[in-house]
Ligand binder design. Structure first.
Ligand code: SAH
Ligand code: DHB
Ligand code: MG
Length: 225
């Protein structure tokens, strides 16, 4: 069984609308389905972005005509596949993952999806890999250990060009981010990140709250000036 905490769905309309929109908008996709099946079989925690969120990331990435994408937090490569498909011809994606077992599952999933030639998985702590990367990256997705998000965002801006879009997952945490009594380290980490980003003249940034099959959460979306 997975170690992920149970998703809290406060309203049955949230997963219902996710199912409706996914059924209506998304095509059947054997490679993505196989990636989830293989991740489940390997007992990876089911904390990948949802299909609709993957499509959202893909659309947003496409607006930057990306030749280089950076992802922090690979898991089984589900979001990686959506993002790699957004690359311009000849483009490259680098994804950073701490857990060797996750990276191995991701490698197989990404290769099966036919984008393996474009994707490099770097195994180890993201904070140790970031100083060796050469930008500029056109799109960055931050979705790893939440307390380190402020530092990851700093690196993303450092590795960016004007117009780079940076997306951060899980910034709302069922509203914990605005609960002054929260002890949840992820929420505290996101607050630390957002308070720094709000003072950072190099970026324009917003938070978009989300509901759906993964409960109540949200993305931060930033553009580098
Ligand atoms: N982006 C994925 C989900 C990532 S889950 C998707 O949507 O499909 C978060 C991942 O970050 C996990 O695989 C976890 O092992 C990894 N992680 C945690 N701490 C890390 C660190 N310090 N450096 C790199 N990866 C880390
Ligand atoms: C959880 C969800 C995520 O999307 C993630 O990246 C990490 C953890 C969670 O629900 O615990
Ligand atoms: Mg996430």
């Amino acid at each position: 069984m997975s170690s992920a905490p149970a998703k809290q769905i406060d309203d049955p309309r949230w997963p219902r609308v996710d199912e409706y929109a996914a059924r209506t908008l998304l095509k059947g996709d054997p490679a993505l389905d196989a990636a989830i099946a293989a991740s489940d079989a390997a007992r990876l925690p089911p904390i990948n972005v949802t299909p609709l969120q993957g499509a959202f990331l893909h659309v947003l990435a496409r607006t930057t005509s990306p030749r280089a994408i950076l992802e922090i937090g690979t898991l089984g490569g589900y979001s990686t596949i959506w993002l790699a498909r957004a690359l311009e011809p000849g483009g490259r994606l680098v994804t950073l993952e701490y857990e060797r077992t996750h990276a191995d599952v991701a490698r197989a999933n990404i290769d099966r999806a036919g984008v393996g030639d474009r994707v490099e998985i770097k195994v180890g702590k993201a904070i140790d890999a970031l100083p060796s990367l050469a930008g500029p990256y056109d799109f960055v997705f931050i979705d790893a250990d939440k307390p380190t998000t402020k530092e990851y965002f700093e690196w993303a801006v450092k590795l960016a060009r004007p117009g780079t879009v940076i997306v951060v997952d899980n910034v709302v945490r069922e509203g914990a981010i605005a609960d002054e009594n929260t002890k949840e380290e992820g929420a505290l980490g996101m607050r630390r990140f957002l308070e720094a980003a709000g003072r950072d003249a190099r970026v324009t940034i917003s938070v978009l709250q989300t509901v759906g099959a993964k409960g109540y959460d949200g993305f931060a979306v930033a553009i580098v000036r």
